[in-house]
Ligand binder design. Sequence first.
Ligand SMILES: [Zn+2]
Length: 503
Amino acid sequence: MSVLTRDEAQTRAELLDVHRYTIELDLTGGDDTFDSRTLIRFAARVDGNTFVELKPAELRSVTLDGHPLDPEALDGNRLALPHLTAGEHELRVDARMRYSRTGEGMHRFTDPTDGETYVYTQLFLDDVQRVFAAFDQPDLKAVFELSVQAPQDWTVLTNGITEQADGVWKAAPTPLISTYLVAVAAGPWHSVRTEHRGLPFGLHCRRSLAPYLDADADELLDITRACFDRYHEKFDEPYPFDSYDQAFVPEFNAGAMENPGLVTFRDEFVYRSAVTDTERQTRAMVIAHEMAHMWFGDLVTLKWWDDIWLNESFAEYMGYQTLTEATRFTDTWTDFGVTRKSWGYDADQRPSTHPVAPEAVDDTASALLNFDGISYAKGASALRQLVAWLGEKDFLAGINTHFARHRFANATLADFIDNLAGATDRDVHAWADAWLRTTGVDTLTPRITPGEHGTCALTVDRAGSRPHRVAAGLYDRDLGDDGGQLVLRERLHLDLPRTDAHP
Ligand SMILES: [Zn+2]
């Protein structure tokens, strides 16, 4: 199978304007395969050659503008579309696709507890081709209109609100989204539904976990609502989709996936026994993280996979910060400092270290090669440093410009930096070069020098070259009956390399 290169993606994005996918899936045909019919409406800007991707069990037929193409021409996962003329086109693909048992594409699972079957998609990066034919790259956004035929007692969840008639579930057309963000989850789900700010909210899990989901539904929905409201205070752009479903799905490879309007989580997050509060905080963090992606990732999407670290670091930063501000989990940054950040420090001091922002990702196969503690934890730490250095007001102003300029479209790291730079007098481009294009850690060493009349001076030495804004807390020792505690008197902010501050 061919992997898509950056050059191929750029060439195809220059040639094509993809309007709409109309997709019909039939999940009633057996345990191994399902039927997938796709109509893609698109335009070519000039005469040219291109290809569409698909990984079928059987390619039954393909027509372009009503003229049949030879299904035997499928080469690996690519079907050539030669001699396209400038103008509008319609591509129809009829195929039989394989269910997956590995969590890639359309995963199928039968619950050993009760024999019920569930299917769900995970299409991240380039797995949409396992479910339907697509121009599979993040910057060819389109409207997706899905209909799914499913067994009688199933519920079909998709990115948008669905309506069912005679076993066929039709989803409301999506706004412009990327191929990798399309989602379907079908089965006899147990669901908890509510509304918030006029939007349908849902929680879903397999039936055998129903009592455990019900036991935690209030907590899950409280966190969901609190984060949702807090994001609306931070972001000018309203939540961009028509519903918010969170499905806890079996045998999920990752922690969760930010499909617009249908976030999928590993169903280990539906706790089946007593758990620690740290585990509840972790789950809340994932809820907040995925919701941040609705704006950063789904509304505004990376143009190419070299910016996947920014996608994750932003959601990571925003998730921790929002959880701290909006929920009972107010110490999340301590947890981040102890567990997540050390993951980044560790990776950054190995011979295999790399800059937070990679210089080039040549193809889809190499997109995740360097994806580690630097991508998530150091990236999120760098963004947190950026917020401290810019001030949250300017940071959010830049982010809101970013959303407004690139809504339902794509953006790059350069766009992100430009939009932040427009909100401040500070040199964000130099900051980005120093923090995102370099490797290794800086070491900051505080020194306290006693002065006259009980005063003291704080100096921070910096080994390294990056600009830092750090906070120093001044504490009084309160010797109470319970053994005493430290009480914050004042917090000082220091800009490095300028290193002196006096209380
Ligand atoms: Zn994420």
